[in-house]
Design a protein around this ligand. Structure first.
Ligand code: KG4
Ligand code: ZN
Length: 333
């Protein structure tokens, strides 16, 4: 089975072709640069860019795979969660292909796609396992009990992990999105320079909260001269990152010890973070479990992960009809 994946949930336009051995035959992605000048994603701009890019990216994807649509068996498309205007571009494009060719269509939850970015890249990773999804819009810890069976352990009560990175980056004048810039500066800094708070939610040990951390960084720099941030940029980045990574690792290790699921798979844009990778890898060696991260290309939004999730659902006999709708708040569990 060969599946065309389509992903347009936010500010990436991506098309990919994946086969049922999880080989990526092509994966073409456009990341919108238009938002950096606004310091955050402008939904109206995002959906207009999706409309402009979907056809060229689809053409590029088919060219890279050296095939025509005739060789594809089905179409998988992200139908939520995400920005509704962006989602609708992909969903309607996928419905158009399905209608014109008669090929089956399957709507995929974007977060399930992120889980498949790891299953796709690591033949050794099979359910059950613990999944940490950390992106610009989401922070969720789940148990993946079987294919397509998820249980939510905890999620953020306020900002997503990537959102905290982006807001702190903006505060420090590092541009948008700023997660990778903070990661880069933090490598040169002293993570013990400031001890920023690690928030816990009473009665909900798996919940995350990052807005207090972001506010603490703001309070720390706001009453200092501009030269202070310049002089201590790497130390502030390292201290902020240490607090955030600590919170993520803490919940992962709790789940690992309390549930007998064994391994941990981390995905989403923040899973590219070098400090998180180092700490979780060291903990996995110390405690004797395996930790998985996607290759950097599959950390951020891409259609290969959507196609992979589509293959598994289609193989189970599932499909969507042409009334498939996009849902901005679609839940996974
Ligand atoms: O998964 P993604 O591409 O988009 C969403 O679905 O949100 O994630 C984007 C997020 C941004 O917040 C970005 O700052 C963050 O991932 N990010 C990082 C790193 N690279 C990207 N955060 C921390 N460290 C990184 N190296
Ligand atoms: Zn995402």
């Amino acid at each position: 089975m060969i599946v065309l994946g389509i992903e347009t949930s936010c500010d990436e336009t991506s098309c990919a072709v994946v086969d049922d051995e999880f080989r990526i035959l092509s994966n073409s992605t456009y990341s919108q640069l238009e938002h950096s000048k606004y310091g955050g994603i402008v939904p109206e701009v995002a959906s207009r860019q999706q409309i402009k890019k979907i056809v060229p990216i689809f053409r590029d994807c088919m060219e890279q795979a050296a095939m025509t649509i005739d060789a594809v068996d089905a179409v998988a498309v992200t139908c939520g969660p995400g920005l509704i205007g962006s989602l609708l571009v992909g969903v309607n494009f996928a419905k158009g292909i399905s209608f014109a060719t008669g090929k089956p269509l399957i709507g995929i939850n974007h977060l399930e796609g992120h889980i498949y970015s790891n299953i796709l890249s690591h033949p050794g990773l099979r359910p059950p396992f613990i999944s940490l999804i950390i992106s610009g819009g989401h922070t969720q810890l789940l148990s993946v009990e079987d294919y397509c069976r998820y249980k939510l352990l905890g999620e953020t009560r306020d900002d997503a992990a990537g959102e905290a990175y982006d807001k702190v980056a903006k505060l420090l004048g590092l541009g948008y999105p700023g997660g990778d810039m903070i990661d880069k500066h933090a490598r040169e800094g002293n993570s013990k320079f400031v001890r920023f708070p690690r928030a816990a939610v009473r009665g909900d040990p798996y919940a995350f909260s990052f807005s207090g951390l972001k506010t603490s960084v703001a309070l720390h720099v706001n009453d200092k001269p501009a030269s202070y941030v310049q002089d201590h940029l790497a130390d502030i980045c390292a201290s902020f990152q240490e607090a955030l990574v600590d919170s993520l690792v803490d919940r992962c290790l709790l789940a690992q010890s309390e549930l007998s699921l064994g391994d941990i798979a981390v995905s989403g844009g923040v899973s590219a973070n070098s400090r998180l990778r180092d700490v979780l890898q060291a903990e996995s060696k110390r405690l004797g479990f395996r930790v998985y991260f996607p290759p950097l290309l599959l950390c951020t939004d891409n259609a290969a992960m959507i196609a992979a999730a589509g293959i598994v659902r289609l193989q189970r006999g599932e499909s969507s009809d042409l009334s498939l709708d996009a849902s901005a708040q679609l839940r996974l569990a």
